[in-house]
Design a protein around this ligand. Structure first.
Ligand code: NAD
Length: 435
């Protein structure tokens, strides 16, 4: 099959490369010239493990192309995917659909023969109807079906998630479109991936419901962690004790500094807004958003408390990890963007290290000095904060760390280390929910 992918970001590039690897001929289109130039030079504009090899192989084998000018690829395509961003709209919290609608306008005049237009971007209920209306208005004779096919991949494990997903969701009532979608995902039948065929609006809502549920699950265990600290219980054992119950499940029960990233914050808010708009408010998600926002702010206080002072002027704080999770360079809505400025506002000087995120973070975190390694970030600091659980922070030489810190205070917001071990090494150690 021939696929045109509009938007070559975290989702579009991974999906495009994986579809090419399935054997389809894929053209990835982006309006950002620097992105396309880099891809044409064989460079990958984002950090995603395994993506460089996957892209290189499929380019070499003549199945994967990149272009700024997608007209021909769209004309030739059996399926045109819209994988552009849907950030929070300034001012009101709804999803900003301007990129999606612009892509629909671009596609409209180019459709040639029966074409499936697939929204892979996360879009609110009813967006598919609007995309269909835009195309119909511009090109009344076009033969097309608009399908919702939300993406569930996780940055950092995106290729594995795309190739071995828990499920694929396809929203359309059009049988020809269903057949095209089945063909596109046929290689997944080898590992018996369930494909959930449903209505378009239902499919659009499934994506938001999934993200909102996961955000709520994280927020739940975070609140349990706070309670554990007060009552002298251990949140990791609580997570294990409840997670073994199959109705609850063990995943997404790691307490931490609050969720962030390119999806949960914007998608929870957008769902809240949609629900309010339709008069069916989602109170649990409204509260989840509120609790999570407050939590990120409270983390700076937690650091100060561990240091035994609210006055951080003249203090230096080392930070390990600034991306919202390991194995990505994505800085969108990372908790560090709240926590580090809050520490600076309390007077602290912040020096940080992140294996992949520093370049992106440097222009988002004014005044933070970026170091070239974990031990450099610790050197001379009055406290060290572990903010992202990159593998390389999991087995630090604790004696070396202690000798580098001015005062041996470690605030571990990801529960990477064991309290007893840290105490044995002479650290003042604070973590999450281990009372
Ligand atoms: P991104 O910002 O990394 O990529 C979007 C790309 O689209 C950009 O490169 C931009 O230049 C390009 N673009 C915008 N308008 C265009 C147009 N008219 N023509 C060509 N290119 C255009 O965004 P992303 O993280 O890949 O997210 C895309 C969508 O997928 C969002 O709706 C997001 O919510 C959803 N999603 C993201 C993830 C994730 O982990 N990042 C996971 C699941 C779903």
């Amino acid at each position: 099959m021939r696929v045109a992918m509009i938007g070559t970001g975290y989702v579009g590039l991974v999906s495009g490369a994986c579809f090419a690897d399935f054997g389809h001929v894929v053209t990835c289109i982006d309006k950002d010239p620097s992105k396309i130039e880099r891809l044409e030079r064989g460079e990958i504009p984002i950090f995603e493990p395994g993506l460089d090899d996957l892209v290189a192989r499929n380019v070499r084998e003549g199945r994967l192309f990149f272009t700024l000018e997608g007209a021909q690829a769209i004309k030739d395509a059996d399926a045109v995917f819209i994988a552009v961003g849907t950030p929070t709209r300034r001012g009101d919290g709804h999803a900003d659909l301007s990129y999606v609608y612009a892509a629909a306008e671009e596609i409209a005049g180019l459709i040639d023969g029966f074409t499936v237009v697939v929204t892979k971007s996360t879009v609110p209920v009813g967006t598919g109807d609007e995309v269909e209306a835009i195309i119909r208005k511009t090109n009344p004779n076009a033969q097309f079906a608009v399908v919702s096919n939300p993406e569930f991949l996780r940055e950092g494990a995106a290729i594995e998630d795309f190739k071995r997903p828990d499920r694929v969701v396809v929203g359309t009532d059009d049988e020809r479109a269903q057949a095209v979608m089945r063909d596109l995902y046929r290689p997944l039948s080898l590992n018996e991936t369930p494909i959930v065929f449903t209505g378009r609006r239902t499919s659009e809502l499934i994506k938001y419901a999934a993200n909102a549920f996961l955000a709520m699950k994280i927020t739940f265990i975070n609140e349990m962690a706070d309670l554990c600290e007060k009552v002298g219980a251990d949140v990791q054992s609580v997570a294990k004790g409840i997670g073994l119950d199959k109705r609850i499940g063990a995943k997404f029960l790691n307490a931490g500094p609050g969720y962030g990233g390119s999806c949960f914050p914007k998608d929870t808010i957008a769902l809240v807004k949609t629900a309010q708009q339709y008069g069916a408010p989602t109170r649990l998600i409204e509260t989840t958003v509120e609790v999570n926002t407050a939590r990120k702010k409270a983390m700076a206080e937690k650091v100060a408390e561990a240091m035994g002072t609210r006055e951080l002027t003249g203090k230096t704080i080392g930070v390990l990890g600034v991306t919202f999770k390991p194995n990505t360079d994505d800085m969108r809505d990372a908790p560090s963007l709240d926590i580090l400025p809050a520490l600076q506002a309390m007077g602290a000087k912040v020096q940080a290290f992140d294996p992949e995120g520093a370049k992106e973070a440097a222009h988002m975190l004014a005044g933070v000095e970026f170091k070239s390694g974990a031990y450099d970030a610790a050197e001379g600091a009055d406290a060290l904060v572990i903010l992202t659980e990159w593998d390389q922070f999991r087995a630090l030489d604790l004696d070396r760390l202690k000798s580098l810190l001015k005062t041996p205070v470690v605030v571990d917001l990801r529960n990477v280390y064991k309290p007893a071990e840290m105490e044995r090494h002479g650290f003042t150690y604070a973590s999450i929910g281990r009372g």
